[in-house]
Design a protein around this ligand. Structure first.
Ligand code: SME
Length: 153
């Protein structure tokens, strides 16, 4: 992992160890990733709805407000990642048919599932205004982030 990203994981550890509520830690994580990972314009978490696990519900985020606050599993990039229990990277959202647009400015997206054991409980979703922002290096970093923040869900 490149040095700047190893430093991001160190910074994340400090956030996780801070003396604030979990929801506030997640909010700080969103701001931290937006500020430290180039090309991240919208960063947020979705949770599986504990009342109805067929839906994802928007949690803490930074960036423009989105109309997609409740997403059925299987629908959009977020729903695909939850349905398949795996990371989904879209280099150019204009080429993706199963996509829910939040803002016309978005060009690429990554959604990383967050697990409790082998069950998806939440996701980290990041949008970029540039195409192909999320390379193998960003994916490796963000999957490591998702593993570490799992304790907050
Ligand atoms: N683009 C997502 C919807 C959520 S927004 O990016 C915040 C999707 O296709 O699921």
């Amino acid at each position: 992992m490149k040095r700047a990203y190893a430093a991001v994981l160190d910074g994340l550890e400090r956030i996780l160890q801070s003396d604030v509520e979990n929801e506030d830690k997640l909010q700080v994580c969103c701001e931290f990733l937006r500020d430290r990972v180039p090309g991240c314009d919208w960063v947020g978490f979705y949770r599986l709805d504990p009342e109805d696990e067929g839906y994802l519900v928007l949690g803490p985020f930074v960036g423009e407000p989105t109309e997609h606050t409740r997403i059925p599993v299987g629908i959009g990039v977020c729903g695909q990642a939850a349905g398949r229990s795996e990371t989904v990277v879209v280099d150019d959202v204009t080429e993706e048919e199963n996509y829910l647009a939040c803002s016309a400015a978005v060009r690429s997206e990554i959604v990383v599932p967050i697990f409790s054991g082998d069950r998806v409980v939440a996701e980290l979703d990041i949008d970029s205004h540039q195409a192909a922002t999320f390379t193998a290096e960003e994916r490796e970093l963000l999957e490591a982030v998702a593993e570490r923040v799992a304790e907050l869900f």
